[in-house]
Design a protein around this ligand. Sequence first.
Ligand SMILES: Cc1ncc(C[n+]2csc(CCOP(=O)(O)OP(=O)(O)O)c2C)c(N)n1
Length: 292
Amino acid sequence: MSDTEAAPAPANTTRNTPTMTPDFDKLAVTAKELRRDVLTMLHASASGHPGGSLGMTDVFTTLYFGGHMNVDPKNPAWEDRDRFVLSNGHICPILYAILAKLEFFPHSELITLRKLGSNLQGHPDTHFTKGVDACTGSLGNGVSVGLGMALGARIAKKDYRVYVGSSDGESQEGQVWEMASAAAHYKVDNLTVLIDRNGIQIDGFTKDVMDQGDLAAKYAAFGWHVQEVDGHDMKAVHAALEKAKTVRGQPQMICCHTLLGKGVSYMENVPKWHGVAPSDDELKQALSELAD
Ligand SMILES: Cc1ncc(C[n+]2csc(CCOP(=O)(O)OP(=O)(O)O)c2C)c(N)n1
């Protein structure tokens, strides 16, 4: 037996404890605020990726503000914290907006996104940004980093959970499937992968570029526990995260069906908005659509 197989995950630990039901109205208000922040940051930097950031806002809002992520902004390197690896690192504007709201760093820093000397790089970097758990951006790598962290918890006899953000475009990377087979083999049940299944990637619709077929069925065939949710239904996302915590002996994948650019009428499901910042007029319209 290898080291990783020798020490089974601890049972009945805090990471298995059910989370209190969140106030979903409050979460919806937070999600709107985060979407406004994302657009304002991107406009200020005149570059970046709005589509996936807005599309995954409801999922990540539920994860961080729905009581699932056990983190401490005053102690970002706390050894027992839950980890979050954004493997589709280009959608970091939403992660930065969340970390600022949690006060890992001042909210005023958000508009320095992608500027020279900024702590907010174009892709997540642990060396610059408090609350970021892994350097990502090269698609395919972060999922494996997340698996390594989850196995690390087992070896260190820690009971933290690891959440990984991934996407359908990223699923075209072979490394994703090496991670998927290893995680199932080692029965890594403190690992939950959240896939942004918006059907769009950098060059257009995923079905035209390289069809990913039934991603949920593929992960299931690899031995994962799989759920499919509407990624804009925060109650459903919360329930799926809760369910994932109860799974033993299997990694979990939650396939989040989302709309690229969700919340901004002219961006929704339009591939161009994968990686273009809004102009002055476009920002104005977007913020008015997202007003409280
Ligand atoms: C290894 C690697 N190859 C290419 C890229 C360039 N790239 C950045 S985002 C992206 C598309 C990813 O697809 P997806 O995450 O589904 O896009 P979204 O849903 O955010 O529009 C690509 C190919 C990269 N970051 N890493």
